[in-house]
Design a protein around this ligand. Sequence first.
Ligand code: SF4
Ligand code: SF4
Length: 364
Amino acid sequence: MNSLAEDIKQQVESEISSCRNCKKCLLACPLPESKGIDIFHLNREILSERPTHAMLDFAFLCYSCGACNDSCSEHLRRDLHMAYLRSKGRLPKGFTNLLHWRGRSLGPIDKVLYSLKRIKDRPVDSIARHLDKTEFKDTDLLFYFACYAYSPSNIPEKTLGIADHLGLDYDVIAGYSHCCGWPHFLAGDFDRAEPLFIDLFNTITNTTAKTVVTGCAECYKALKFIRDRYAGSFKVLTTTEWITAHQKKLKLTKSTEPITFHDSCQLSRLEDKADVPRALVKKMASLVEMEANRRETRCCGGMRAGHEPERLNILRQNRLTEAKSTGAKMMVTECITCYEKYHPHAKDIKVRDLSELVYDRLKK
Ligand code: SF4
Ligand code: SF4
């Protein structure tokens, strides 16, 4: 098998050779900088060993939102081309928080820093007992929380609360040592992503699990990629899909309050899953749509981490303004990355994750 970096290189080179240079991808891109880019120049730079600083700057502004892919009649993965371009540049400092302390092979300083994090940000006991463990019980169902076990939200806890309410048997993969590698992949650091992919694949396939459930859209993409690349057979579900599969056994309280839903780029646009969360929201509230919805959603910018934070803050505040303009008092997300990017900016509107809403609306 080729290395991941070699496979990505071959895929990108092959795709660029099929590009029709129509520029629809750049016209669909939400970044204003995209409008000044010549498509022939972009394609040349993607293939170049030494792309210009200007093109690398553009690549690091990219959100990995996939709006470009969705507009391409040739089904080319322009978001992957951008990750490949990033692999040739020096990662801006703003990405550091998204990439450090991940995996099992940490240097001595990272080991100490991660130990401190485990103490400082220790989750509740029901989650903490799963952190970084390597032994799993025999069960069909695994929840994959990885880094979001440390989420300041109580989304992991409430997800397990739903499973307990249903009386299900399960185990949990949690902690930075089980990172999915997707942040590294999207950052273009394929050499660091690959061992994380392999470790996670081995961890899952060494269990008896048939289904892996995650509440992070990026983890979902990673789990599917890893399963397909290394020929696994486990099923990957979003938390929303998993809840929906058990919906008949869940008695949910319905109110008339208007709630709006923020689509994740990865799930609603690139995986065509926009109907599943909507059906669930409608069981609990009256759904009001934002103008930019479903495949046309706006990206939360989560995968750009802290690079150019002021622009990211404006992006998030604008989305919340759009949510408020619907008359909704709550914006619901189904990806923890989206949730964590919007929640700190929420004023005059609540931001909740769909799993939290379901848990709170359970007739217990
Ligand atoms: S992934 Fe999104 S931000 Fe990046 S180039 Fe494509 S449309 Fe633009
Ligand atoms: S939309 Fe597709 S075919 Fe057209 S320029 Fe972009 S990548 Fe090439």
